[in-house]
Design a protein around this ligand. Structure first.
Ligand SMILES: [Zn+2]
Length: 118
């Protein structure tokens, strides 16, 4: 009888340790998610700023004739991507818009492709 009680206490203790560990893991996950969320917020703000600048450029072009817009649009897209890249962001499809610390092997072909076609 007393052995049974002892076993039960041990069991509950083990379970309580497991719950404690799980809470610890959840806390760690929450911290990671908050960090990621904060990073995404900053990236989103950066992209929004670039998007607003692009819209401002487009508005300016719309004041000119429609024909001119057709000519300038591809160039504009290239300039914006180049600016984005030069300001330290990826323009490759894998990591588009993410901050870049070094030259990216995947971004460079995009820049070259645009340079050749324009
Ligand atoms: Zn890249």
């Amino acid at each position: 009888m007393s052995k049974e009680i002892f076993d039960t206490v041990l069991q509950v203790e083990t379970q309580s340790n497991e719950i404690h560990n799980q809470i610890g893991q959840l806390k760690y996950l929450i911290v990671k998610l908050l960090e990621e969320n904060n990073k995404l917020k900053i990236e989103n703000d950066n992209l929004k700023k670039h998007y607003d600048i692009n819209l401002m450029d487009l508005d300016r072009n719309e004041e000119k004739s429609e024909k001119k817009i057709e000519i300038e649009k591809p160039k504009l897209a290239y300039n914006n991507l180049t600016n984005l890249y030069n300001e330290g962001f990826h323009i490759c499809s894998d990591q588009f818009g993410r901050p870049r610390s070094d030259d990216c092997l995947f971004c460079t072909p995009f820049l070259n492709k645009f340079t050749k076609s324009s």
